[in-house]
Design a protein around this ligand. Structure first.
Ligand code: HEC
Ligand code: HEC
Length: 393
């Protein structure tokens, strides 16, 4: 919402802008709250917005090695980019992987808090590098409110039909306890269905916030109290001990929980989208739990266009990395939400348009291949109509 104050400065789209013809930020922000929230939730949203935008400094505990200093640096307007994460891996050789990448698989190019050596990509041809494009964070409150059982049931349904074969990612609650009133009690060590992250490795938004503060910004919190390994061997920074309070993690999580799905002109799934089988994975809506603490998120059909399951996208999509049960070729079906706010698509941003993303993810060996072949067999007019509809989501 902070951005909407600057609306007067946003230039009009040029005629070649892919968004030409669609409403831009002025009347259609990507970072607005769910409509109709009670005042207390609205206050919570505003407080969390500040945390999400804030650029952290050394005095806040930034460092040792980090990627960016604010959530908003990679989720600008709560959408995708401009910052990205780069991952490194030596595929199929665990020993060499450990030797060449002693500080893990994530590049951390900046240093603060007494560190002097960034965590860079080794100059070695055996190290494979892949970019991870940040997903948007809007609409994620609905994703968190879907029950594990709903996701498991979808997987069973797909297995019975035999057209696509999504699998839930069973993950551990890999955090210290969040002992402030939580939305979803994720008992440390318990096994649950993951849903956040490109490979669905994190179950909750407070968990993701703590993970991102630690992993992307090198800022520790009670849920993730330990600084990650770094080339300087530092286990602390200029803010002694744990850097942030739990309340900051929870405010950040609540902000994301309360972000709306950007407005859509039509809520009906396109018949073409269903006919060619996109909707088998990009499931138009998922029911949320009736007992969810925010009334606006409870017991609704959330139009997310995802099944929250992992799918095998074929060899061209392998990044060599696994996450709990997700293998190198497997990715979570992304929610098709607010696509008009994005300029690059797919997990590494390799596609510049929705149409390119669609075609690329139907390559040989991908579970989406038959559906994408059906898409490509449509008449030019039908294909164009379908793309326009997806871009409006
Ligand atoms: C350096 C860039 C960067 C920064 C800074 C960053 N993120 Fe992210 N974020 C990403 C990337 C990349 C992913 C996908 C990660 C993956 O799955 O490997 C992601 C994923 C997410 C997701 C999951 C969304 C989904 O669809 O599953 C959430 C939620 C999130 N980030 C919240 C945050 C919060 C909160 C902060 C600040 C505390 C933050 N991020 C800081 C890059 C960043
Ligand atoms: C087998 C399941 C499956 C089917 C069928 C499927 N998709 Fe996807 N879709 C995915 C997965 C998984 C990804 C993420 C791949 C990645 O990030 O590399 C994805 C990504 C996308 C994206 C990029 C979204 C983003 O945020 O970058 C678009 C657009 C898309 N799909 C459209 C379609 C269309 C249109 C169809 C039908 C022609 C379709 N998909 C059929 C699973 C599927």
């Amino acid at each position: 919402m902070i951005v909407s104050l600057l609306v007067a400065c946003v230039p009009a789209p040029t005629p070649t802008d892919p968004l030409d013809g669609l409403t831009l930020v002025a009347e259609d922000p990507s970072d607005g709250p769910i409509r109709g929230l009670a005042d207390a939730w609205m206050a919570r949203f505003d407080e969390g917005d500040v945390e999400f935008e804030a650029a952290r400094r050394e005095a806040d505990g930034l460092g040792p090695a980090y990627i960016r200093s604010a959530c908003a640096s990679c989720h600008g307007d709560d959408a995708r980019g401009p910052g990205v994460v780069r991952k490194m891996v030596v595929p199929d050789d665990t020993k060499l992987d450990g030797e060449l990448l002693p500080f893990g698989h994530t590049e951390r190019p900046y240093v603060a808090g007494g560190a002097t050596t960034p965590l860079t990509i080794p100059d070695d041809g055996r190290v494979l590098v892949s970019t991870r494009a940040p997903p948007a964070v809007f609409g994620r409150g609905y994703m968190e409110a879907v029950a594990d059982a709903t996701i498991e049931a979808l997987a069973a349904e797909q297995a019975a039909l035999g057209v696509v074969s999504g699998r839930p990612n069973h993950v551990r609650c890999d955090f210290e306890a969040n002992d402030e009133p939580a939305f979803f009690p994720c008992t440390p060590g318990a096994t649950v269905v993951g849903r956040f992250g490109l490979k669905a490795r994190v179950p909750t938004l407070d968990g993701f916030a703590a993970d991102a503060y630690q992993g992307d910004m090198a800022i520790t919190s009670p849920m993730r109290p330990v600084e990650l390994p770094n080339p300087d061997g530092l286990d602390d920074d200029l803010a002694p001990g744990v850097d942030l309070g739990l309340e900051v993690v929870n405010r950040t999580a609540d902000y994301m929980r309360l972000l709306a799905i950007p407005a859509r002109e039509t809520l009906d799934a396109s018949a073409l989208f269903v006919d060619v089988g996109c909707a088998d994975c990009h499931v138009p809506s998922l029911p949320t739990r009736a007992d969810w603490p925010v009334p606006e998120l409870a017991g609704v059909d959330a139009e997310l266009y995802t099944d929250l399951l992992l799918h095998d996208m074929g060899p061209a999509f392998s990044d060599g990395l696994s996450d709990y049960e997700a293998g190198p070729r497997e990715w979570r079906t992304p929610p098709l939400v607010g696509l008009r706010f994005m300029r690059s698509f797919l997990h590494d941003g390799r596609a510049a348009t929705v149409e390119e993303a669609t075609v690329l993810h139907g390559a040989e060996g991908s579970e989406a291949a038959p559906s994408v072949a059906a898409f490509q067999a449509l008449s030019d007019a039908d294909r164009a109509e379908l793309i326009v509809w997806i871009e409006s989501l």
